[in-house]
Design a protein around this ligand. Sequence first.
Ligand code: NAD
Ligand code: GLY
Length: 358
Amino acid sequence: MHTLHVDLGERSYPIYIGRDLLRDPSLIARHIRGSQVVLVSNDTVAPLYLDHLKACLGERGLVTEVILPDGERYKTLESYTRILDRVMTDRHSRTTTMIALGGGVIGDITGFAAASYQRGVNFIQVPTTLLSQVDSSVGGKTAVNHPLGKNMIGAFYQPVAVVIDIATLATLPPREFAAGLAEVVKYGLICDAPFYTWLRENMPKLLAREEAALAEAVERSCANKAAVVAEDERESGLRAILNLGHTFGHAIETAQGYGEWLHGEAVAAGMALAMEMSARRGWLAMAEVDSFRSLLRTMGLPERPPADISPAQFIDLMGRDKKVVDGSLRLVLLRAIGQACVVDDATEQELHALLGGG
Ligand code: NAD
Ligand code: GLY
């Protein structure tokens, strides 16, 4: 097992990474303060892993299980209320501990419930998708969706521990696995060129889900995310680089209606666009963009957006993104591999040329 630390003063916490950590009774138990626990999962993950987690808890006075239906469409205020209803009915006190077992959807909803129940209770993340292990479980962003916008209702609320059992990745469907890999590669592109080189060399092992390679990829991703979050917890500057490809990606997701392409798939095509835009500005070689596109093909991820989104529609949708600040579109580009920057000077003409292939 390897342990990383997210360094946030009195809100610092460990990230444990290893195999079969869900079978280690000492690990999770040491972060539970009182005798009360709330386990939140969904109806896909619970049958696979909830019993392991329960076996780790030891004797507790009160354990409440909340099993939500699976899917992004249930990342709602209704699901959040369902957790709080159970917690209130079972009379959990301020010393209770909420544990999220699942992917980013469960982690984000549970985190928001933990942030707001009695103004904040102990919270542990047990992420079970690759995306949630390398991204959403670390850094304290919690949220539910509003019908008018994704992740629009939420809070910054850090967990007291993140427990990453890489053995859980064995059951992840291939598309979900590939979508998580997109976020792994993102760290190499934005801030860790040696990691990008390592990923290109080790992609066959990762795609074969070899555990040693997976553990290393998860650890290096979490280390990069922890470093960025430690420097800019509330996204007032640096943390924005974590959004490489996301503004393009959100436009793809919105154009298609959420659910057709997975988030990581849209981000993959978005990162290729951001790299091509960087190359058109002379910051990257076009050969680096081509080689990234070829890596995406190997990973089974889309290298271009769907052909049926016109440049005008694309630009309109990008203008509605959360990353628009005071009317100007902020995009993450690359000055070089491993060196992201945020720009707010993209012109419509530049975007038209990029998206229209002109
Ligand atoms: P998800 O939570 O929907 O999980 C994907 C699918 O995999 C689901 O069907 C889930 O039930 C299933 N699953 C989970 N673990 C499994 C396992 N071990 N074996 C088999 N199936 C398993 O999606 P996700 O990609 O994990 O997360 C996406 C969510 O994360 C989005 O809502 C997004 O907004 C959010 N997110 C949050 C942050 C953040 O910083 N908080 C960052 C990125 C994404
Ligand atoms: N996933 C982006 C962030 O955590 O800031």
